[in-house]
Ligand binder design. Structure first.
Ligand code: AP5
Length: 205
């Protein structure tokens, strides 16, 4: 299975990717997680990305395309993967098409999680409050001000991908306002319907 989860910040991409990974035994490739690890380790990529991420902007395409290209070269990616947070711009989507073509791989689907803006704000606020309550460090971009900028980046640079993948007949939209369990069930139903997973695996979720 080769899947892209597309959606605004807080729409549930990471949550759903983890549930699909557990169910189907494939890997999750989250550029946000990889970039946060690079920032924490103060690598050259992390040093370039830190301020951009903190301000709610998008890290330059060449950097994230490089990260994904290296990751897709690893043997564990051959079995399938869920892309969470990549691609986020049309040039990233075009680069992914090229990378997959070279590997003779095809995408099964792009699942768009649709969630309204007030719910996104609420979810990110709740996540920050819960993280703080556990005594853990809150994500630097999980403030209402930065979230507003992240949403603006999504609308201007990532939303065009809805058209990009719709034209290529890869786009499937899921109501991300349902409970986490219902969203997982719906994604699995779709994956079974397009033949990307077997029906029994989808029913167990
Ligand atoms: P990234 O880490 O990808 O963040 P994001 O897209 O802003 O998404 P989030 O992680 O906030 O949300 P999510 O959709 O994964 O939702 P989650 O499951 O966590 O990117 C961070 C930054 O890195 C970017 O701003 C950019 O600077 C940079 N970056 C990353 N990739 C890049 C790229 N390709 N190009 C350029 N720059 C890039 O859920 C959120 C909360 O809601 C959780 O608490 C969860 O429990 C809850 N929740 C989830 N689903 C539900 C539900 N159905 N009902 C109720 N609550 C729910």
């Amino acid at each position: 299975m080769r899947l892209i989860l597309l959606g605004p910040p807080g729409s549930g991409k990471g949550t759903q990717a983890q549930r699909l990974v557990q169910r189907h035994g494939i890997i999750q490739l989250s550029t946000g997680e990889m970039l946060r690890a690079a920032v924490a380790a103060q690598t050259p990529v992390g040093l370039k990305a830190k301020d951009i991420m903190a301000s709610g902007g998008l890290v330059p395409d060449d950097i994230v395309i490089g990260i994904i290209s290296d990751r897709l070269d690893q043997p564990d990616a051959a079995k399938g993967f869920i892309l969470d947070g990549f691609p986020r711009t049309v040039p990233q989507a075009e680069a992914l098409d090229e990378l997959l073509k070279k590997k003779h791989m095809k995408l099964d689907a792009v699942i768009e999680l649709r969630v309204n803006e007030s719910a996104l704000l609420q979810r990110v606020e709740t996540r920050a409050a819960e993280t703080r309550a556990r005594g853990e460090e809150v994500r630097i971009d999980d403030t209402p001000e930065v979230l507003t900028k992240r949403l603006a980046s999504y609308r201007s640079q990532t939303e065009p991908l809805i058209h990009y993948y719709s034209e290529r007949r890869k786009l499937l939209t899921v109501d991300g306002m349902m409970t986490i369990e219902h969203v997982t069930r719906e994604i699995n139903r779709i994956l079974a319907a397009i033949g990307a997973v077997d029906i029994k695996a989808s029913e167990k979720a």
